[in-house]
Design a protein around this ligand. Structure first.
Ligand SMILES: CC(C)(CNC(=O)c1ccc(Oc2ccccc2)cc1)c1ccc2c(N)nc(N)nc2n1
Length: 323
């Protein structure tokens, strides 16, 4: 049947254009082309509903609003990070690791996004579940809301089974526009992009989430079928699968390189289009991570350098508790 072939072709094209625009930030077609093809796909799917698949771009906004979020138990706990606050503590953290391993090792430095920690589960390439971190063991099933994030692929580029961790966030520009709209309607303002992202993902009606222009970065893997032997290799594989990874991630051979990366982003973070609240440092090789292991609640192989909280002029902004 030619409609089926056309529907499959449109689905593949639209998902590719979405990937180029939202993940690679290098669109190859104008929005008008995307919109026209989406309209054609919507008409064909309306005429042939039996041909609709869950990874169709028309299926991003869920049907009915939920009454509540289900609880979900993570296959692997989503751990929290210990903190380091200054150069001395960073040098001590590196020294402790290299003493424990009995040799030097390679690190990865990453931006620490100020959003909501989430977990995404893909089975044979298909997104089957999205959840909040919750208490690290039990989170809330917010699949319908996460599916509205355009940077999130509904199907991976290879049929892998993998559970990934990441941060859903609201870009600074979307935050400013959302609060401007709310001020115009005399509604309570969100205090910061993190609250706005969390409030947007706690909506039981995913069409509200879809209107909030959220985005996503993935930063780790749980259970997976990947062949990676290090964190940096795993992140390259996640990017090849079509998942949004952050391009500012950098491997560091020495503590001096770590300190230089931190100094750079301490100065530059105000120029980023999203908010970060620190820098995450990780031992790169998985065999070293396993050798270092965990404390009761967080890994010994990773830590977070937190920026000093910014002394902002605290304007009397109402925080939106109604969401
Ligand atoms: C390192 C990790 C804590 C993720 N890793 C895990 O959650 C994790 C979970 C089970 C693991 O293995 C276990 C297997 C069985 C039992 C216990 C742990 C290993 C890592 C983390 C947390 C927050 C991050 C953040 N805000 N930004 C960036 N950029 N990176 C981050 N990385």
């Amino acid at each position: 049947m030619i409609e089926q072939a056309r529907i499959e072709e449109l689905r593949q094209k639209l998902n590719q254009y979405s990937y180029e625009y939202y993940v690679q930030d290098q669109p190859t077609v104008p929005d008008s082309t995307y919109d026209q093809l989406l309209r054609e796909l919507t008409e064909l799917e309306t005429a042939h509903p039996e041909l609709i698949t869950p990874d169709s771009p028309t299926q991003r906004v869920g049907a009915a609003a939920l009454d509540a979020f289900e609880k979900v138990t993570h296959d692997l706990p989503m751990l929290s990070l210990g903190n380091v606050f200054d150069e001395t503590e960073i040098r001590e953290w590196v020294a402790r690791i290299e003493r424990s391993l009995g040799r030097s090792t390679t690190y990865v430095a990453e931006l620490k996004f100020d959003g909501l920690a989430i977990s995404l589960k893909y089975e044979d390439g298909q997104l089957v579940r999205g959840a909040t971190r919750g208490d690290g063991t039990v989170g809330e099933n917010i699949t319908q809301n996460l599916r509205t994030i355009k940077a999130l692929p509904l199907r991976l580029r290879r049929n892998e089974t993998v559970e990934v961790r990441g941060e859903a966030y609201m870009p600074k520009q979307s935050f400013e526009r959302l609060n401007a709209d709310r001020a115009a309607r005399e509604e309570a303002l969100f205090a910061n992009p993190r609250n706005a992202a969390a409030g947007s993902l706690r909506q039981l009606d995913s069409s509200i989430t879809a209107s909030r222009n959220l985005s996503l970065f993935v930063y780790g893997v749980g259970v997976n079928t990947l062949s990676a032997r290090s964190h940096s290799e795993a992140m390259l594989q996640l990017a090849e699968l079509g998942l949004p990874t952050n391009k500012e991630m950098q491997t560091c051979e020495t503590v001096e390189e770590i300190l230089a990366y931190i100094a750079h982003w301490t100065m530059e973070r105000s120029n980023l289009p999203y908010e970060i609240d620190g820098i995450v440092l990780k031992v790169d090789r998985y065999d070293d991570q396993e050798e270092l292991g965990f404390t009761a609640k967080s890994p010994r192989f990773a830590t977070a350098y937190k920026f000093a909280a910014e002394e902002v002029m605290t304007t009397v902004e109402e925080v939106d508790f109604s969401v």
